[in-house]
Design a protein around this ligand. Sequence first.
Ligand code: ADP
Length: 548
Amino acid sequence: MNDFKKGLMQDFSLTIPTLLEHAATNHGDTEVVARLQDGNIFRYTYTDLANRSRQAANALMRLGIQQGDVVGTLAWNHHWHMECFYAIPGIGAVCHTVNPRLFEEQIVYIINHADDKVLMVDQDFVALAEGIVEQIPKVEQFIILGARGCIDEPTKLGEVLYYDDLIADESTAIDWPEFDERSASALCYTSGTTGNPKGVLYSHRSTVLHSMAIAQPDNLSLSALDCVMPAAPLYHAQSWGLPYGACMVGSKFVLPGRHLDGPHLLELIRGEGVTTGCGVPTIWTMALEHAEKNDLDLGKLQRLLIGGTALPTDIRDRLRSKGVSAVQIWGMTETSPLGTIGRVNREVAAWPDDARDAQLLKQGRLPWGVEMKIVLEDGSLAPRDGRTSGDIWVKGPWIASGYLHGDGGNLLDSEGFFPTGDVGHIDPQGYMKITDRSKDVIKSGGEWISSIDIEDVATRHPAVSMAAVVATFHQKWDERPLLFVTLKEGETLDKQAMLDHLKGKIVKWWTPDDVIIIEEMPMTATGKIRKLNLREQYWHHLKDQAAG
Ligand code: ADP
């Protein structure tokens, strides 16, 4: 036998309990802080988190939860939910984070589709669970996240258990069961802006590798000296992997609960010494507005990781004036979610400020572990010229290979790449820029118009709060862009003023055919603009307008 065929390194499984045990052993005194439902602050350490997670794991095993069973959670970002992130996968079960902001029918669909056996319910979502209890008969047990007395009884959920009481007498020691690192660890559904939501099933291995990736300095850059606050919900791509990444490096961790308004977020940022936050732009807009109105600084905050939708220039500039850098990340539930990140490389670092700033408004460059290709309509690969747009495909150890129960069919191409549904291009420096989601693409006279670029310019108008550009039917050009805006409080704007503002900042033929001011943007359950609604509603707008 040839001694050199196999390396002599240990077979150490990449499983989630290793992250928790590492944090407890090496960063045991580091704090984990949570904002509770009533607004009060709860505070404990990684040692406590590990003890309670082990107790919860023991309790779940006592209840008969086995490897491969699915345990749902319906909860905000707080320590109970974080413990579920370790206790459930730690025993080989699957932690299914249900998004409570989805429509009721979708929540029912998801819980049934995933075969949730147990549902962990936030005190705030008891009424929500009661409203659907008869439609989710496969859920055998509801566990309320809190102690007896935290909600009014009786509840329509039957004989509920209370998490704090359930785990109280359990041992804080555990022999974590052994299983393959490729075992499923967590389940997260895409929000299903079209069709039914689809289940993305993460594994222990994908989670640990993703944690290592996000921690790197050129990615989310997490260290033991950081204080990390995920404002992205734990039910949205697992708060971008931060609950696991933070344990891996031992950062202080702050969970903002349901209080995502400006004053509450700012109080945590300043009071807890948050250095790094993550979330969609709308969340940070609220925090910024509060800081600006009250002339407050942002404490020790160094960077905000912004993703989910394109990073608006306006937010970047306002953060910068407060000494905070906005780092753009692109990804999706299916990519765990790190896909690309807007960080300088050696070449871009040497560019003049303006050019570098413009470059970092692109969605970013690839970390190790994500491979990407842009495929054109005829199946050929787009050149890396920063111009030629096509469908974005990705491949890597934390990228989905398909959806739960085979939904959507076989998605990978012959080279193992996954279709993201986004359209964009890559430049010679390796930076990807999204021009649109394929379902939002505007094709005018055979050429693509980037809604994202127009939206960015529109939101730079001082009166504008949010902007969305969608396609509308056009007799000659097939599709033309329509611009929808909502205004900041007390502001007014007319169509001509907006068109004047856009002039010279976008290519002329991209100019929207109409500007429509609306009271409120339709939003998805993950805080993005629901463009599909606008597109459907206004598809015949130009014809209707012409008809008077
Ligand atoms: P959904 O929005 O359907 O709930 P995801 O949260 O997984 O699902 O969203 C992923 C999508 O969000 C991506 O495919 C992309 O279209 C969009 N997205 C994410 N980050 C960015 C970004 N930085 N810039 C532009 N679009 C982004």
